[in-house]
Design a binder for this molecule. Structure first.
Ligand SMILES: Cc1cc2nc3c(=O)[nH]c(=O)nc-3n(C[C@H](O)[C@H](O)[C@H](O)COP(=O)(O)OP(=O)(O)OC[C@H]3O[C@@H](n4cnc5c(N)ncnc54)[C@H](O)[C@@H]3O)c2cc1C
Length: 290
């Protein structure tokens, strides 16, 4: 298939790119890695009149260490660069653990960190991890800059809080508190396929070994990342024994209402969610103890 006709712009600065978005609004689409947009255009599921290719805007690339122990990642940083970054491995091990689950190396060579977040596919790994780690997504337009919490950014199936004239420019990842462990796991038919279900867990222990904070966030379970507040509440203030983790995984069930599709039935997704809760919470607890 070939895409519908479009006008192509390749601005070399952020200001030029934002001016194009301001001029064309929802007629325009940003082209980042093109790994989702180009197939959608070829199938004519997307028919933008204007393509704004931000690949030449080099200021949007980079992984930066923040003074508070956190990270700042430019939207055009390739997924493969994030995967192989020592800084990411040291400061955001959950992200390092997750990256190899995204598609295949060839796709991660082109696919961008910000493109995956802006695309907001509920089967994508990065939106769930963004919510689990409490990332802040920074958007810019000719009207100015604003920061959006990951929990507010993802608004449904391929829908985000971005306005048509806004671009995601960078992502801020907070430092992990002391005694925090993280874990990611997913189930896919073949490595590199979109997952039938996946989960990210972040657990912080108090000095006495009880759980001081806990997040469990799913992908491929709803039309956006799904956070299980019930699992977290079940664990807060308790010693995370195997039994407590099993009880949290049971409690999680009331927070999810998975859909069935050609890849997995709703019942199978519900089963996977429980298994993934146990696995990721247990790993995160073990890592927090170490
Ligand atoms: C065979 C295959 C398998 C895949 N498997 C997986 C997988 O398992 N998990 C997974 O997460 N992904 C998967 N992907 C998708 C891949 O990770 C994409 O790279 C990613 O979803 C989009 O990133 P991109 O940089 O290619 O964005 P593009 O395709 O260029 O853009 C995607 C959308 O985001 C918008 N956009 C991009 N950048 C910005 C920005 N800075 N500001 C605002 N809007 C922006 C675009 O306008 C477009 O609407 C797969 C893709 C393929 C082809």
């Amino acid at each position: 298939m070939k895409p519908a006709a479009f006008d192509y712009h390749a601005p070399t600065t952020l200001d030029e790119a934002l001016a194009l978005l301001a001029a064309y609004g929802d007629e325009a689409k940003i082209l980042a890695g093109g790994q989702s947009l180009i197939p959608a255009m070829n199938f004519r599921l997307a028919q933008p009149a204007i393509l704004v290719d931000i690949n030449p805007v080099t200021t949007l690339v980079g992984i930066h260490a923040e003074g508070d122990g956190g990270l700042r990642i430019g939207t055009m940083t390739r997924q493969r660069t994030v995967e192989h970054s020592d800084l990411v491995a040291a400061r955001a091990p959950l992200l390092a653990e997750t990256m190899p689950h995204i598609a295949h190396p060839q796709i991660r060579n082109r696919g961008t960190f910000g493109g995956s977040l802006a695309h907001a596919d509920p089967a994508s790994e990065l939106p769930a991890v963004a919510v689990a780690l409490g990332m802040t997504l920074r958007a810019q337009s000719t009207r100015g800059e604003r920061d959006i919490d990951a929990t507010d950014f993802f608004q449904g199936l391929f829908a985000t809080a971005l306005e048509p004239d806004e671009m995601l420019i960078e992502v801020l990842i907070p430092a992990l508190p002391a005694r925090t462990g993280t874990a990611f796991a997913e189930v896919a038919r073949r490595h590199g396929d979109y997952a039938m279900a996946g989960a990210a867990a972040v657990v912080t222990l108090a000095e006495d070994g009880t759980i001081a904070a806990c997040k469990l966030v799913y992908l491929s379970i709803g039309d956006a990342p799904v956070e299980s507040h019930s699992a977290a509440s079940a664990l807060l203030g308790v010693i995370p024994t195997d039994e407590a983790i099993r009880a949290a995984a049971e409690a999680m069930e009331q927070d999810i209402d998975p859909l069935g599709d050609i890849h997995a039935t709703a019942a199978y997704r519900r089963h996977l969610a429980k298994v993934l809760a146990r696995r990721t919470l247990a790993s995160a607890v073990a890592r927090a103890r170490n």
